[in-house]
Design a protein around this ligand. Structure first.
Ligand SMILES: *Cc1c(COP(=O)(O)O)cnc(C)c1O
Ligand code: SF4
Length: 392
């Protein structure tokens, strides 16, 4: 069946299947703002986008805002402005300003602090841009910034210099120079489509881009970086996954930061992707007061495996201007890795990286297991601190 010719009735029944897989689909109706919303509207990603919370007044109807947040919302206007999907709003604790999901979505006054070592573009992506929308850092792979928009704007966003709701060109020819560059550069075997969030584009726009990249014979591997399974799971529709499947091998990396993000609804979205044969990986940003405790990070990794997402990276929070309040010491990340490796399934252990300021790429950091090395002899320690010798 070609999903593009689904009748309106079939579309409704596909949505109804999704809704019926939720045990308590009416949860959102407990929020007074949404009490009259039809489940079919709630499940419509365009409806979710149209109804994003972007003002202090709307938000205050649901969340008891702190003075810090009120100031943050005021100051974030025009920069990485606030936008929260109704779905995400249902996950926020309206009473607790330390709620990890709330802190990722609602700006606070500290965002406007200008600290000396923070930068606008710490990874020097703008310097490594050989064609519009393209970042070429590693010899064999490129990053294509397909859009500046996202479903929700994360307060810790590294690309906050670019990302936000702006009028952007949506002419399909805007990627011509990028596509031509990839075509001319035969070393490029891997194209990572990110942004912003590529899944915020319409299916046809995504397909148009995938088609053009797939037509380049030396591109072996395609991946899409997204956060919509977490911030707008309704976006993962049967029509989208059926389209994506045609461009296999296509991998999807999903930005997850906290175990509470893995809801039943999120699981349905990830299941739809995984059931279509799309391998899923995760990317997590280490954030102070959000996921900087080993037991929270371990729980997140376990929950990811349960929804068939393989933990891929934990990032040290980049020194981007306005994110000081989110950053932890590097030792916090190393300690988390120490508490994962050996203590749980190897599949639950991502790689902790620092994306080198100045554009050096991702550098792995972690506990040191090699104690000494000399003349064909390695002295190692295991996860419990016991010492072993390996002779070459
Ligand atoms: C992260 C990144 C990639 C992909 O790196 P992998 O380690 O292969 O996931 C490619 N290009 C840029 C500019 C990146 O920041
Ligand atoms: S989804 Fe990614 S690109 Fe978009 S605001 Fe969040 S961190 Fe930034």
């Amino acid at each position: 069946m070609n999903p593009s010719v689904l009748t309106e009735n079939q579309k409704l029944s596909a949505q109804t299947i999704v809704i019926s897989r939720l045990r308590r689909p009416q949860d959102y109706q407990q929020i007074s703002l949404y009490k009259d919303v039809n489940p079919l509207d709630w499940e419509d990603w365009h409806w979710q986008l149209r109804h994003r919370i972007t003002s202090k007044e709307e938000l205050a109807q649901v969340v008891k805002l702190t003075p810090d947040e009120e100031e943050g919302i005021k100051k974030a206007n025009g920069r990485l402005s606030m936008a929260i999907t109704p779905y995400w709003l249902t996950l926020i604790d309206p009473e607790d300003a330390n709620c990890p999901l709330r802190r990722q979505a609602i700006p606070v006054a500290q965002e406007s602090i200008v600290s000396a070592h923070e930068m606008i573009d710490p990874l020097a992506e703008d310097r490594d841009t050989p064609a519009a929308y393209l970042v070429h850092r590693y010899p064999d792979r490129v990053l294509l910034l397909a859009t500046e928009a996202c479903a929700m704007y994360c307060r810790h966003c590294t690309r906050r210099r670019l990302v936000g709701d702006r009028k952007e060109s949506n002419s399909p020819s805007r990627f011509d120079a990028a596509i031509e560059y990839i075509k001319q550069n035969r070393k490029i075997r891997d194209v990572l489509i990110s942004g912003g969030d590529p899944f915020i584009l319409e299916d046809e726009e995504i397909e148009n881009l995938l088609q053009k990249i797939r037509a380049i014979s030396h591109v072996e591997f395609l991946r899409i970086g997204t956060r919509v399974p977490v911030t707008l799971p309704q976006r993962i529709t049967q029509k989208l996954v059926t389209m994506l499947k045609k461009y296999s091998p296509l991998w999807v990396s999903i930005h997850f930061n906290h175990p509470k993000e893995i809801t039943k609804r999120c699981k349905i979205a990830c299941d739809m992707l995984a059931d279509s044969g799309i391998p899923l990986g995760s990317q997590t940003v280490l954030l102070r007061g959000i996921n900087d405790r080993p037991y929270i990070m371990k729980k997140l990794m376990h929950e990811l495996l349960k929804i068939r997402v393989r933990p891929y990276y934990i990032y040290q929070c980049d020194p981007v201007r306005g994110t000081q309040h989110f950053r932890t010491p590097v030792a916090v990340g190393i300690n988390i890795m120490e508490k994962l490796r050996g203590h749980t399934s190897g599949y639950a252990v991502p790689v902790y990286v620092i994306d080198a300021p100045g554009g050096g790429g991702k550098i792995p950091v972690g506990p040191n297991y090699v104690l000494s090395q000399a003349k064909g002899k390695y002295v190692l320690r295991n996860y419990r601190g016991k010492i072993y010798t390996y002779l070459e």
